[in-house]
Design a protein around this ligand. Structure first.
Ligand code: NAP
Length: 298
């Protein structure tokens, strides 16, 4: 049998086709599609036959090929009206929304001691309160239909907090707990809640988009430690996470009908999840301390 025929005849291929056929008329709304994980996820769902509502603060139609299954519309997660408007437009165009992906987020690197309150609140406004507002806006639609999936994109920081990102980690940890609680509450109505936890992805616009917020957040007292930490990250223990890894994890979460809650995305995130699960806490903490430039003391 030639390779093409063997592939088509394989049970794995049949399973992929089955999932694709099942979701031919499904619709996903994704936040933060102007770059990185959101853009890659929107492109993947389009390839797999879904209707896609690709939202972003400033719509850029040139980012995607024209498709009658694609609606590009504005949505700023810190503006509740823009969230409800985008949901209403999506329902008007496609009749329903099956999956909401809360992907939009911003980063912050620096010593907590010198991080202004205003910056901390800015991170929480987007990463935490923005997600909560979008969740609340979509729930009536999904609850009344008795189906739907909400996917909240957190971070491997939600598995293993790293130094110098305490505020960012707190904003994502809040969503880890929020999502776990909500998964029980909405599960009773047939609505699933899932968490995708991407690892470190230097190839997205995340660092550049976070840049200005991080100015002057490494004071002299922290400079040596922060420098050592950043140097130790050059010996990164696995491959970095790619936008495609995250898009695949989001797609898997969207089409997984089980009650599984967490989906680490990318080799580094999977590694951290396995370490967290398999190691006693003091050993795990010592490993992370060593990975980030400290001594491996327990
Ligand atoms: P990215 O390339 O910077 O993309 C972030 C997206 O969020 C952009 O489209 C940005 O849009 C959007 N956004 C920011 N503030 C927004 C707001 N108020 N309303 C709506 N959209 C907003 O970064 P990424 O790496 O793809 O990150 C996506 C998600 O993954 C974030 O939640 C991030 O925390 C998480 N994550 C990233 C990494 C990483 O290492 N890259 C690792 C773990 C988790 P604009 O163009 O309008 O700014």
């Amino acid at each position: 049998m030639n390779l093409g025929l063997a592939l088509i005849a394989s049970p794995k291929f049949a399973a992929i086709v089955d999932v694709m056929q099942k979701h031919m008329n499904s619709t996903v709304l994704i936040t933060g599609c102007s770059s990185g994980f959101g853009k890659a996820s929107a492109a993947l769902f389009l390839t797999r036959g879904w209707n896609v509502i690709a939202t972003m603060r400033s719509p850029k139609p040139e980012l995607f090929e024209v498709s009658d299954r694609l609606l590009i519309t504005s949505l700023d997660v810190t503006n509740p009206k823009s969230i409800s408007d985008a949901i209403a437009k999506g329902i008007e165009r496609f009749g329903k929304i099956d999956v909401l992906v809360n992907n939009a987020g911003i980063g912050l690197f620096g010593a907590h001691e010198v991080t202004p309150d205003e910056t901390i609140r800015q991170v929480f406004e987007t990463n935490t309160f923005g997600v909560m507002t979008a969740n609340r806006a979509i729930v009536p639609h999904m609850r009344e239909r008795g189906s739907g999936t909400i996917i909240n994109v957190t971070s491997s920081a939600g598995i293993a907090p790293m130094p110098m990102v305490a505020v960012y980690t707190a904003s994502k940890y809040a969503i880890e707990g929020f999502s776990e609680s909500l998964a029980y509450e909405l599960g009773t109505f047939g609505v699933r809640v899932k968490i995708v936890e991407p690892g470190l992805a230097p190839s997205t616009s995340f660092a550049a988009n976070s840049g200005g917020r991080c100015d002057n957040l490494i004071p002299p007292a922290y400079a040596e430690y922060a420098g050592g930490y950043l140097k130790s990250m050059q010996d990164y223990p696995t491959a970095y996470t790619s936008p495609e890894d995250v898009a695949e994890a989001v797609y898997t979460a969207a089409t997984d009908e089980s009650n599984r809650l967490r989906y680490p995305a990318g080799a580094d995130s999977v590694m951290l999840a396995e370490m967290r699960k398999s190691l006693p806490e003091k050993v795990f903490l010592a490993r992370v301390r060593a990975m980030t430039g400290g001594n491996q003391t327990e």
